[in-house]
Write a protein that binds this ligand. Structure first.
Ligand code: SF4
Length: 472
């Protein structure tokens, strides 16, 4: 069965039993999490930058229409073309038409999550074009016929041996008859294969980390330089970007870039930061003959007009998933769609529907780590609670859950009754569980006790503590 958001619980259980995945996920803590912490401690103005970034993005979202039009005007001035797509179908058709008009046969892609969101690879292949992913992680996944499991490190779940097997299987036909097992040799082999693809590509496609309204530039960051090659070598360049990628000025983009690398991979700045602003001009040494930007909405306008607007501040750094205890145990594929982790649990239901992805907003302990590390201060736990509330109001949760919540709300609104019921229950549970510290079985809590003990209550109740501290 292909992972799907609808089957989140089944996907998650399978992921927990996958030893290679569990080993790979342990690296998050020592790699990305430790790297971000080092950067945070080394930059005294980190918190001030987060505040400023939030301010810039809130201002941009407030004036999104005018900044998008300003960006479009600049691109046209530079000789490029801007296309507007309301949904993935329109975006795919625009890209396919550009490729057909250019009489292209081959397309090279730089990594972009929006490309995954609109399913561009399948559409291009169905249209008869040969597509190659140029980001090493994405290239590995293309060979494995899998989607990314992390938005920054898409193949984080793959071991070196699995990659060695994949390369041996797919590269033999290209003349590489030695199985490589060392990291550097595998990278060198991929580089040789991809270099030919870059040189032979008719169309280069990239995403955008930011679109700058002031200059009409597209900014992409990579650690491999594949974005530069995808943008400059082919004769046609296509940028696909969502409407929330626009920022007003070059200075704003620079500030966001300072946060992006540090939050994503623990780097002060990513190895390559590339600005493109149109097709090749007279006297330019390189660059494409045609420059197209496809700007995609895909439900973002609805988010803009709702309480979920802060989600549009996301700069796709991945810090929320690196610090999420749920993502850290099950990885990205269990989420069953393009965006995993806390940001995905908000975005996916909005893009494919709460009925398809209803488990995701509930796959969260609301511990708040994601909000604490998010460089643009997105209140992810609040947004997840808001989706749970939508689910409840649209009667998409179970009848039992609705009944239990209604009963709890009724009692909670009557503090004396609440106290009368909870105090003896908690005291009894504390007494029964005192010796073992927890319960192996508990009526109505089998979802929990099936895989772990339920801890016995300890200490005072919240109400008793509240009164002790002088609360009213
Ligand atoms: S929600 Fe915040 S932490 Fe998560 S990817 Fe987006 S910007 Fe990064």
């Amino acid at each position: 069965m292909q992972p799907s958001s609808r089957h989140f619980k089944i996907n998650a259980e399978a992921a927990l039993r996958e030893p290679n995945l569990q080993a790979a996920l342990k690296q998050l803590e020592t790699g990305f999490v430790a790297g971000r912490r080092r950067c945070y401690e080394a930059l005294p103005e980190f918190e001030a930058l987060r505040d400023k970034a939030k301010e810039i993005l809130d201002h941009t979202l407030e004036n999104l229409d005018s900044y998008l039009l300003e960006y479009e005007a600049r691109v046209i001035e530079h000789g490029g073309q801007v296309h507007w797509a309301g949904n993935p179908d329109e975006a795919r058709e625009i890209v396919l038409q550009i490729c057909r008009d250019a009489e292209a046969k081959t397309v090279i892609r730089g990594k972009s999550m929006i490309g995954e969101e609109i399913g561009i690879n399948d559409a291009l292949e169905a249209g008869g074009f040969e597509v190659t992913e140029s980001d090493l992680g994405e290239y590995i996944l293309q060979l494995a016929k899998e989607g990314p499991s992390h938005i920054v490190a898409p193949a984080i779940h793959k071991t070196k041996d699995e990659i060695s097997d994949l390369f041996f299987e797919h590269h033999r036909a290209l003349g590489f008859d030695q199985r490589q097992t060392e990291r550097s040799a595998l990278v060198a082999e991929a580089r040789q294969v991809l270099r030919e693809k870059f040189l032979g590509a008719d169309v280069g496609m990239t995403g955008a980390n930011f679109l700058i309204a002031e200059t009409g530039s597209n900014v992409i960051v990579t650690n491999e330089g594949n974005g530069d090659l995808s943008s400059t070598l082919p004769r046609v360049q296509i940028v696909t970007a969502a409407i929330d990628k626009v920022v007003p000025t070059l200075e704003d983009a620079s500030l966001l870039l300072r946060l992006l690398g540090r939050s994503a991979t623990g780097q002060e700045i990513t190895a390559y930061t590339t600005f493109t602003s149109g097709p090749r001009r007279e006297g330019d040494a390189d660059g494409p003959e045609q420059y197209h930007v496809v700007i995609i909405d895909n439900h973002r306008s609805e988010m803009l007009g709702s309480e979920l607007r802060p989600m549009l501040r996301c700069i796709r750094c991945g810090a929320c998933m690196n610090h999420c205890p749920v993502y850290g145990r099950i990885g990205g594929h269990a989420y069953g769609w393009v965006y995993p982790g806390p940001m995905g649990s908000v975005l996916t239901p909005l893009m494919i529907g709460l009925d398809e992805a209803g488990h995701l907003p509930n796959a969260c302990t609301l511990n708040g780590r994601c909000e604490t590390v998010c460089p643009v201060k997105i209140p992810l736990p609040r947004l997840l609670r808001s989706l749970r509330s939508r689910q409840h109001l649209q009667r998409q949760n179970s009848a039992f859950a609705r009944f239990a919540l209604a009963l709890w709300a009724w009692v909670a609104l009557r503090p004396r009754l609440y106290q009368l019921l909870t105090r003896p229950t908690m005291s009894l549970l504390a007494l029964l569980g005192a010796r073992s510290g927890g319960f192996r079985r508990m009526p109505l809590a089998s979802g929990w006790t099936r895989v772990r003990d339920l801890p016995a209550p300890q200490g005072s109740t919240f109400q008793a503590l509240w009164r002790k501290r002088g609360g009213q």
